[in-house]
Design a protein around this ligand. Structure first.
Ligand code: FPP
Length: 243
């Protein structure tokens, strides 16, 4: 059981799920084996976070840059989405998970779009936790598409500010991002939630994504609870007793 008090639990956590390929390689298996294990891990992890009281979990499943990978790996990841939806959707719906997809849907196949729409509509009424899956997503793409939509709708420049632009970003339905986690040992954001990471706390771990579980989640939550979030301000002065 976690020792973190409920008021110190982040509302919104994001994860770069890195390390699937290395995890598979260590087992003398093809990279795809690691991605498959990665999906099983994700299904468990979303439940652990929900049990701890986290209400929004956003994960990076396929970046705008992942198209640069070998063709068989790209098509493998696309196929994995279809398998994951047919294997896990019923369970996730029963677990109270609401699924949302963020990213550019225009350049993925119709089959994939249909699978995402099915996952979203079947889980629409759930409220235990919202799992946002970033697929064909990039942080820069998100900011650009927000600007394009805003301009298309004729929002006058005098009304463009952080709040209005934020409303056009892909995660506008979610609260501010509190905690950003990256597994797999790299220390970078890799064009994930650029707008939303403004005041997020960072937690980097060497743990490879398929090995990420309860223990590591509690380590991340404890680290978050120990942080002093000042949002650019100052820590309140300690109370001093005057004689
Ligand atoms: C990074 O590991 C991982 C990815 C690019 C894919 C992440 C996808 C999943 C965990 C599956 C989720 C899928 C669905 C359907 C939600 P890597 O391949 O870069 O690993 P490496 O750094 O060890 O090579």
């Amino acid at each position: 059981m976690s020792s973190v008090a409920q008021q110190d639990i982040p509302q919104h956590v994001a994860i770069v799920m890195d390390g699937n390929g290395r995890w598979a390689k260590k087992r003398f298996m093809p990279r795809f084996f690691g991605h498959k294990a990665g999906v099983d891990t994700l299904v468990k992890v979303v439940n652990h976070f929900a049990d701890r009281g986290v209400k929004y979990l956003t994960v990076y499943a396929f970046s705008s840059e992942n198209w640069k990978r070998p063709e068989d790996e790209v098509s493998g990841l696309m196929g994995l989405v279809l398998v994951a939806v047919s294997k896990y959707l019923t369970k996730m719906a029963a677990d109270g998970i609401r699924i949302r997809i963020i990213g550019n849907r225009e350049t993925v196949s119709q089959k994939l779009r249909d699978a995402w729409e099915q996952a979203e509509s079947v889980t629409e009424g759930n409220s235990r936790i919202t799992l946002s899956v970033a697929f064909n997503y990039g942080g820069r793409w998100d900011i650009v598409q927000a600007c394009q939509r805003l301009l298309r709708e004729g929002v006058p420049p005098s009304e463009v500010n952080e709040e209005t632009l934020g409303r056009y970003t892909a995660l506008s339905y979610a609260p501010e991002l509190d905690l950003f986690i990256r597994t797999g040992g790299e220390l970078r954001i890799s064009n994930f939630l650029l707008w939303q990471t403004a005041y997020a706390e960072m937690f980097f771990t060497d743990c490879l994504w398929p090995d990420f579980g309860k223990e590591e989640i509690d380590r991340a939550l404890a680290a978050y609870a120990a942080r002093d979030r000042r949002y650019g301000g100052l820590r309140p002065a300690p109370l001093v007793a005057h004689a």
